[in-house]
Design a protein around this ligand. Structure first.
Ligand code: ACO
Length: 205
């Protein structure tokens, strides 16, 4: 049995762990990264710190273990500005900028460090219709039983209630399972770049 609830600060380690355990196009990335926290610093931690009202977790009732999360932000542009001011600076001290290393020679850790130093900005063409964005990850034992849909409903309801026009997300091109899930939930493909697909869903027309 699982319950959904708002995320709290004490969930931080679980969010980082789940982020790593689903970080290879939905599969376990634990063996791929030398630093077990680096993925969470980019894809989990900043959401819990800077958008806690849009962070929800799935908890296994008996063990109390957190088995999944959905993390969103209503205003991606404002969130990017907040991270530039308050989230990235200490991490840039910890992880060197790999700018001098050719992209093809970088380790996966160095590629993520590159995102910490040079975070990509969502394009205006996407933000105008879909200003919010999200990440969702469930551990394998929690997948496939309607819990991903339940988590998404929780977040989308919160975004809708906040008056957000639409939400976008980026998913790995090879993560066809998640792409099928998003399409099934009504998301439309907005654009495709090498390695990733962007989807959008209108919330308040
Ligand atoms: N194709 C078509 N329909 C699908 C697919 C698919 N590949 N996957 C699920 N569905 C449908 C289900 O049949 C179900 O339909 P129904 O509600 O109408 O009966 C509905 O989608 C909901 O499925 P759930 O069982 O809730 O899906 P699940 O719990 O597995 O959650 C998720 C999906 C989030 C992708 C989960 O499998 C997961 O966490 N995977 C690993 C991590 C991952 O890939 N995360 C996405 C990264 S990208 C990002 O965060 C933006």
């Amino acid at each position: 049995m699982f319950t959904l609830r708002p995320a709290r600060e004490t969930d931080r380690a679980a969010l980082y762990r789940i982020c790593l355990q689903t970080g290879a196009s939905g599969e376990d990335a634990t063996h791929l990264y030398a630093d077990p926290l680096i993925l969470g610093h980019v894809y989990a931690g900043p959401y819990l710190t800077h958008a806690p009202d849009f962070a929800f977790v799935l908890e296994e009732q008996v063990s109390g273990e957190v088995m999944g999360y959905v993390l969103g932000v209503p205003d991606t542009e404002a969130f990017e500005a907040t991270l530039e001011r308050a989230w990235w600076p200490p991490l840039r001290e910890l992880y060197p900028d790999p700018a001098g290393i050719p992209r093809e020679d970088r380790t996966l850790d160095q590629r993520i460090a590159g995102l910490i130093h040079h975070p990509p900005r969502a394009p205006q063409a996407v933000l105008s219709g879909y200003p919010a964005h999200l990440h969702i990850d469930l551990l394998p034992a929690a997948q496939g039983g309607g819990r991903g849909r339940a988590l998404m409903t929780k977040l989308l309801d919160a975004l809708r209630a906040a008056g957000v026009r639409g939400v976008h997300l980026g998913v790995g091109e090879s993560n066809v399972r998640a792409q099928g899930f998003y399409r099934h939930l009504g998301f439309q493909e907005l654009s495709r770049a090498p390695g990733s697909v962007t989807f959008g869903l209108t919330l308040n027309p």
